[in-house]
Write a protein that binds this ligand. Structure first.
Ligand code: HEC
Length: 102
């Protein structure tokens, strides 16, 4: 009984600690598939009037909204990606930000 609890505890701990990385790696895959055509792998491509994601300072919530519903020339992804996927890719876009030392 005690062993079972220990195993479950360890497994859920492992799951908890692995999550952020999994989120980013799947976010990166989603980004490569759906976003690079306009934004480029580093966020700086600017195709179709796309904004430079390496300079973007908007919040995670704003990112999720724009990715979900789209804005101006950017298509929304609400019918393409699940909200969990949108969450992952929005989190991933924050890794593209280049610190300007402000
Ligand atoms: C068809 C081209 C296109 C694709 C594909 C595209 N975007 Fe965009 N994206 C744009 C354009 C254009 C804008 C600027 C919208 C505006 O002017 O308000 C933008 C803006 C954004 C912004 C807001 C940046 C800011 O600072 O306001 C984010 C975040 C973003 N895109 C993320 C993504 C993600 C993540 C994906 C893939 C799921 C994606 N985009 C796919 C064209 C695209």
């Amino acid at each position: 009984m005690r062993l079972k609890i220990a195993v479950i505890g360890l497994a859920s701990m492992a799951l908890f600690y692995c999550q952020p990385n999994e989120k980013l790696s799947s976010g990166k895959e989603i980004y490569k598939k759906y976003c690079v055509s306009c934004h480029g792998i580093d966020g700086k491509l600017l195709t179709n009037g796309a904004l430079d994601l390496s300079l973007s300072r908007i919040s995670l919530d704003e990112r999720k909204k724009i990715i979900t519903h789209g804005r101006v020339n950017m298509v929304g992804f609400e019918n393409v990606l699940s909200s969990a996927q949108i969450d992952s890719v929005a989190t991933f876009t924050q890794t593209l930000i280049i610190d300007q030392g402000e």
